[in-house]
Design a protein around this ligand. Structure first.
Ligand SMILES: Cc1cc2nc3c(=O)[nH]c(=O)nc-3n(C[C@H](O)[C@H](O)[C@H](O)COP(=O)(O)OP(=O)(O)OC[C@H]3O[C@@H](n4cnc5c(N)ncnc54)[C@H](O)[C@@H]3O)c2cc1C
Length: 494
């Protein structure tokens, strides 16, 4: 029998994952990426002896990566040299300018919790136990089985003893954390996983506190050589099974005839026929820009009411000296951490920014010249490209002043600096309204309310990646890839 042709739009983690799985199953797979390098937002650049990761920096939920490689009969340890970070992160507050370390080990971390709120340890331990339970539920039922409709979820929550989890979906992460943490500092620490989900913690369902289990118990890991190693191993896996990768190959339009995708045209006019099309590009962009109007699943008004995650101002800094004051992962929380998200929702820059600093040279000397540091600063800002880059530059100066108050003399050591703005995400990756992460994980953009994997209007068109289910994050995009693969296989067998 002729092998079916699958064409994939976009070489982000989801696209690379599904490409490798389909190729291993015998499909003839071609992947088309508009940019010169694969990886999507998980990317890197090298300049003046520094190699910067430009997107994800936290390697969490390691068993999802292991399971994914297990599908190929491979062990991830044979591909990645993973280091468990200790501390997993350092949290700075105005009251604690030297930072407080967290090790993803309750026996050690309880002292830090006590410092931020004396007497909180027992409540935190109970919170952890609930987070662990939620994590198990999510990984066993939501990650493993592809759920799409409200009915699917309702059945799951009632049948699998998940009623409490279901209620957790309607309450907010903030409400849950407020019950166990009273000081703003302790709340900020427990709420930091909200950063991975693209919205303020009061906008996120409480079910997402399962991320606290990932962050505070499972631990935070780092693949030596940088996060781009993940992209490289996915590509090598794909190549081994015969995937053909086309870079600098922007898809211009998906062709549809009688309700079936027949292939697509690249910019410049070249046409590729396909039996099955999978898009890893942003879902909104795929609908609005690549599909003919009559084959779009949603009207314009659907997208107008959707909320993008925050955008990011990124500062890439090469520093000419060592900075022992910083760990690999660092958060600077200002009093206005909560207001910052509210301001972002209103499209405003916050007066008092909280931000993240990654310094992977703390663990990996290969990313900076000897005696120097590689720093990546991520400042959440409105996703809209309406805030001008000049305004964002002034905001960046504010962040720099804050950093200098903690690392005196930092500004004198700058050997290299580059900035990325929401506009870069819109142009480079076609991301939803310039957001960094796609659709935020608010209640009405989660689970049954998030755009599903399969097109309702085009029979053989599928969607993978962060803007579909389960959502944002590298491991989650591998789950998405696995779910799409299973769905294609099941439908092809019908
Ligand atoms: C700054 C930042 C920090 C993050 N931090 C973390 C973290 O620490 N840990 C974590 O797990 N996750 C993190 N994430 C989230 C995670 O990286 C993403 O959710 C995930 O990588 C998205 O993968 P994806 O499959 O959705 O594809 P994307 O990365 O969105 O890639 C889609 C690809 O499609 C391509 N494309 C678009 N249009 C076309 C077209 N017309 N033709 C061809 N190609 C096209 C784009 O160029 C892009 O390469 C972070 C993300 C960002 C941006």
């Amino acid at each position: 029998m002729r092998k079916k042709n699958v064409s994939i739009i976009g070489g982000g983690i989801g696209g690379l994952g599904v490409a490798a799985l389909l190729a291993r199953d015998g499909y003839r797979v071609h992947l088309f990426e508009k940019n010169p390098t694969l990886g999507g937002v998980c990317n890197r650049f090298s300049e003046e002896g520094f190699t910067f990761d430009t997107g994800p920096s936290w390697y969490m939920m390691p068993e999802i990566f292991e399971n994914f490689f297990g599908l190929f009969g491979e062990k991830i340890g044979n591909f990645l040299n993973l280091v468990r970070l200790a501390p997993s992160c350092r949290m700075f507050f105005d009251e604690h300018p030297r930072g407080i370390d967290f090790f993803s080990d309750f026996a050690k971390d309880k002292n830090a919790f006590a410092l931020l709120e004396p007497g909180s340890e027992e409540r935190i331990e109970l919170y952890y136990a609930r987070a662990r339970q939620k994590y198990r539920f999510v990984s066993e039922h939501i990650f493993r089985e592809n759920k799409e409709t409200l009915l699917d979820y309702a059945k799951l929550f009632f049948k699998k003893g998940g009623l409490g989890m279901g209620l957790g979906a309607v309450s907010s992460m903030d409400a849950e954390i407020s019950r166990v943490a009273r000081t703003p500092e302790l709340r900020a620490v427990l709420q930091y996983p909200a950063m991975f989900l693209g919205a303020g913690p009061w906008r996120l369902p409480a079910l997402y506190s399962f991320m606290s289990y990932a962050a505070f118990e499972q631990g935070v890991w780092y693949p030596k050589g940088g996060m781009y190693q993940v992209v490289e191993v996915l590509v090598s896996l794909g190549k081994k099974h015969g995937v053909t990768y086309h870079t600098s190959a922007p898809v211009e339009s998906v062709h549809v005839a009688e309700g079936r995708a027949t292939g697509f045209a690249l910019e410049g006019g070249k046409y590729f026929a396909a039996d099955i099309v999978v898009s890893d590009a942003d879902r909104f962009y795929t609908e609005e820009q690549l599909l003919p109007a009559r084959y779009r699943d949603y009207p314009k008004s659907f997208w107008e009411n959707k909320e993008p995650s925050y955008g990011v101002l990124l500062l890439f800094l090469g520093i000419r000296k060592k900075i022992p004051a910083l760990a690999h992962h660092n958060f600077f929380f200002n009093r206005g951490w909560k207001e910052q998200f509210r301001d972002i929702e209103k499209g405003k820059l916050s007066a008092d920014p909280s931000f993240y600093i990654g310094m992977r040279s703390a663990t990996d000397s290969s990313c900076a010249p000897s005696g120097m540091e590689n720093i990546f600063v991520l400042v959440p800002v409105p996703a809209s490209t309406a805030v001008s880059n000049d305004e964002l530059d002034r905001y960046g100066e504010k962040v720099m002043r804050k950093m200098i108050s903690i690392v005196p003399g930092l500004e004198k050591g700058i050997a290299f600096e580059r900035r990325w703005y929401p506009q870069d995400f819109a142009e480079r990756y076609h991301s939803f309204r310039g957001s960094a992460l796609g659709l935020a994980h608010t209640f009405f953009q989660t689970g049954p309310f998030r755009p599903p994997h399969r097109s309702k209007s085009v029979k053989n068109l599928y969607f993978v990646g962060a803007t579909t289910n389960p959502g944002i994050g590298m491991p989650t995009c591998l789950v998405s890839a696995t779910q799409v693969f299973k769905e294609i296989r099941a439908r092809e067998a019908m």
